[in-house]
Design a binder for this molecule. Structure first.
Ligand code: ASP
Length: 316
């Protein structure tokens, strides 16, 4: 693996390898000193052109816990509106000889472009409505921890699929891991032809009780240029996941940030079925595993001369 741009580039075995590695890093996360020297002397640049709480902080922690040198840059979306200026930024950062560039951009395809401009490994931390592969990996990790395997598991993804890069990456990852994925939401928020990704669509929540896992998406109002639903109240009346709709056997997930009272009710968020906190926790170890895979894994561009495997790195 040279870059992580899309879940589509990963076979099931790749996903399993990264997540097994993440599980080994979970042991480090349980220690008082949560640090291994695996990426000592390597530089990781986090470049965030869009708002982020969980993804940026967990990539920072992941790089620090692997002992990498870290540069974090946050730019206002308005400062990069053309590919050319992004290219200039990458050229500037290349002077630091980064081993990895983690990029979040409001533009679909931005991470792919960056990969063509740098020798560093590039990680897509969310590109517009396109993909968010590390979110999908941490979601699979969270479900594997809980269920062991995703084979045959029925996962319903509910809400604003149209604007969701998480949905696209999750559909690819969940189906690759053997789950059956169903999408549900207002027809205006379900992209036409999305079934081609290997999922089915249900316009209502009538059959929701069949789901093993209910994965709720945020209404992405910042990406809506027109009214896709008559009102948020009406949306909530038809699609909000609340304690009444959530069955006791179902697990509940959400990538965050949650619009409390819109796509999820407070009682559902606080229910014992909610895995939202576990998803956040998984973010650090999964992103450690991704950075490790790209910078120190067997197929990385520049294998490490010290601590070539996580076992010795963990022991060090
Ligand atoms: N945090 C996720 C993302 O960046 C989901 C969301 O914003 O709704 O795509």
């Amino acid at each position: 693996m040279k870059h992580l741009l899309s879940i589509d580039d990963l076979a099931r075995a790749d996903i399993e390898r990264v997540l097994d590695r993440a599980a080994s890093f979970a042991e480090v996360a349980g220690r008082e000193i949560k640090k291994v020297p695996a990426l000592r002397g390597r530089t990781v640049v986090n470049l965030f052109y869009e708002a982020s709480t969980r993804t940026s902080s967990s990539f920072e922690l992941a790089a620090k816990r692997l002992s990498a040198d870290l540069v974090s840059i946050r730019a206002a979306t308005s400062s990069v509106t053309k590919g050319e200026s992004l290219k200039d930024t990458i050229t500037t950062l290349t002077a630091y000889d980064p081993a990895a560039i983690v990029i979040r951009s409001p533009h679909a395809g931005a991470a792919q472009l960056v990969a063509g401009w740098t020798d560093a490994a590039v990680v897509n931390a969310g590109d517009g409505k396109h993909e968010h592969p590390t979110q999908a990996l941490l979601d699979v990790y969270t479900l594997r921890q809980r269920l062991g395997s995703l084979d045959g598991v029925k996962i319903w993804i509910v809400g604003d699929v149209l604007h969701s890069r998480v949905a696209r990456s999750d559909i690819l990852a969940f189906t690759r891991m053997g789950a059956q994925v169903t999408l549900s939401g207002p027809p205006t928020l379900i992209p036409r032809g999305i079934e081609a990704l290997g999922c089915t669509v249900e316009p209502t929540l009538d059959r929701l009780p069949e789901a093993d896992v209910v994965y709720v998406l945020r209404m992405q109002r910042e990406r809506m240029e027109e009214a896709y639903v008559p009102s948020l109240r009406e949306y909530a009346a038809r699609y909000q996941i609340n304690a009444e709709r959530l069955q006791p056997h179902q697990l509940l997930m959400h990538p965050g940030p949650v619009n409390r009272g819109v796509e999820l009710s407070g009682d559902a968020i606080d229910s014992p079925q909610a895995l939202i906190a576990q998803q956040v926790e998984a973010g650090v170890v999964v992103r450690m595993a991704v950075l490790y895979e790209l910078l120190a894994g067997a197929n990385s561009r520049a294998p490490l001369s010290v601590n070539p495997n996580v076992e010795s790195a963990v022991a060090a």
